[in-house]
Design a protein around this ligand. Structure first.
Ligand SMILES: Cc1cc2nc3c(=O)[nH]c(=O)nc-3n(C[C@H](O)[C@H](O)[C@H](O)COP(=O)(O)O)c2cc1C
Length: 205
């Protein structure tokens, strides 16, 4: 598929066919995700593929519990919002596969030449580890489309980040950043209208 076609076809898909994603295909998506630009070419990420239903359900239940503990406003609307947020944060449990992106430590040249800590440098440079991971995820989403799959990038589940890190065995200094739910779309994906495109470029000449 042409790159432009994949970019135009990609849309977030949340309901999937009950059809496994072969591990070989997940490996290929992660290989292509790994070709993204990254800080110092460090590829400061690791993907954990979760295809085990019991683990997916356990993570979804944990997230739902954390959302239920949020201080709710006493309005009907807020109840509806919580129901909606719970679904948008847990639908991955019915996806054939979920990739969890883990941020891994990286080093900058500055670290060896200054007394600044890694955290200070990372903050000063505006989190190049997270920026790198974003590039990798976008590569992954486009690769999925190219290979006939659909996906959804998810930060909602991060409300239970600590608990999920425990379930997946992620230990500091590594940390969980996001989920990507993957499968074959149950319906023909229709890309969303992007209303603000005209406002998204400023030219300084
Ligand atoms: C950083 C990030 C976090 C997101 N988190 C979620 C999420 O937790 N749940 C969800 O259903 N969609 C999530 N999305 C998908 C967005 O809702 C979606 O990209 C947006 O509505 C635009 O639609 P499109 O991807 O089809 O163009 C996330 C997207 C990004 C980039």
């Amino acid at each position: 598929m042409e790159l432009k076609a994949a970019i135009q076809k990609r849309t977030s898909v949340r309901v999937f066919k009950d059809e496994k994603v072969p591990v070989q295909d997940l490996k290929e998506m992660v290989r292509l995700a790994g070709l993204a630009p990254s800080v110092n070419n460090y590829q400061p990420w690791k993907y954990i593929a979760v295809i085990n239903k019991e683990v997916l359900n356990r993570m979804a239940d944990t997230i739902a519990r954390k959302i239920a503990e949020l201080p709710l406003k006493k309005t009907v609307a807020s109840k509806n919002i919580i129901t909606q947020v719970t679904w948008f944060s847990t639908f991955f449990k019915d996806a054939p596969a979920v990739l969890a992106l883990v941020i891994e430590p990286y080093e900058t040249v500055l670290e060896s030449g200054t007394d600044l800590s890694h955290e200070e440098i990372n903050k000063t440079r505006n989190y190049p580890d997270i920026q790198s991971a974003g590039a990798s995820i976008q590569n992954l989403l486009l690769s999925a489309v190219d290979m006939g799959y659909a996906a959804c990038w998810m930060s909602g589940p991060m409300i239970a980040r600590k608990e999920i890190e425990e379930i997946l065995g992620i230990k500091p200094p590594s940390s969980l950043l996001a989920f990507i739910a993957i499968g074959k779309s149950r319906s023909e994906p229709r890309p969303k209208e992007k209303p603000n495109l005209a406002d998204s470029l400023v030219i300084i000449n």
